[in-house]
Design a protein. Sequence first.
Length: 336
Amino acid sequence: MDKLLTIIVPCFNEQEVLPLFIETITPVRKELIEKHELNTELLFIDDGSGDKTLELLRDFHENDASVRYISFSKNFGKEAAILAGLKNAKGDYAVLMDSDLQHPPALLPQMYSELTNTFSESNPQGSNKPNSEVGLCKYDSVAMYRDDRKKEGFFRRHFSSMFFKLMNKLSKLNMVNGATDFRMMSRPMINAIISMPETNRFSKGIFNWVGFNTKWMPFETGERPAGESKWSFGKLISYSFDAILAFSEVPLKICSWLGIIFCLVSFLIGIVHFIKTLIFGDPVAGFPTLYLMMLLLGGIILLFLGIMGQYLARIYLEIKQRPVYIVKESNDNKST
């Protein structure tokens, strides 16, 4: 029986590149069905675009019923689009990829081959049956990471590298440097991801947290043929900060330990000044130092309160249980 692959494509104001995406991925879809007996469907997630993206998606669906689309009522962000795509994927497998062709569609056949590669006879269960009888796949997902970071700007490249190193140190995740959302997954892994009810989502961390066996493959990002990137440096910093708070409680532990350390230091300094005054009659001086210490401690206290406030804000948002996204239109329920 033929399997089905859902190709999930989040898009936001991509009217210029979408026709090129369809043109590029069409021969790849034909290759998948001819050489791998793998049917495909395209599922576009329109993240509240303000241009003609939705009109193009309607046309794509009219010309090809295997092209589906979901349009949000406003811009909820890429994380919401990823969740909507996975929740509405009908396939036995699903792959996430960007519409700007920086995730090359030509890699899909290779990713599928790796994902469906079975264990050899010396499989973990100890069976001596051949692959066709064992039928166990080595991997539950195939994830791609950038192997050409030199194309990026100096600050962006080094900031990205520091982010992955920091995430691995602050959390229990083991993220690969340069990891992207370009990933193909099996149905069990998809079900595990969409079962997580949190609203503040960091998909790269969730992919890692749910476990499953992952095959990491390097790739070179393609050139964006049209349009502009929607990710500014400021948005990337905010996204990184959200990711750390979503998967690490280390900042709170740092606040606690630094508070203990400063208490001990202040106690020791107090003892030293008491002894100097009592024994040597040395008056307590150094008012500029006192002012600086007060400013330093005040700043640290405000910083710690800000960190705790960020965690409380996320708890507040989770308790509200607002939906991650709201669908305004889909090919199954077109607006009039």
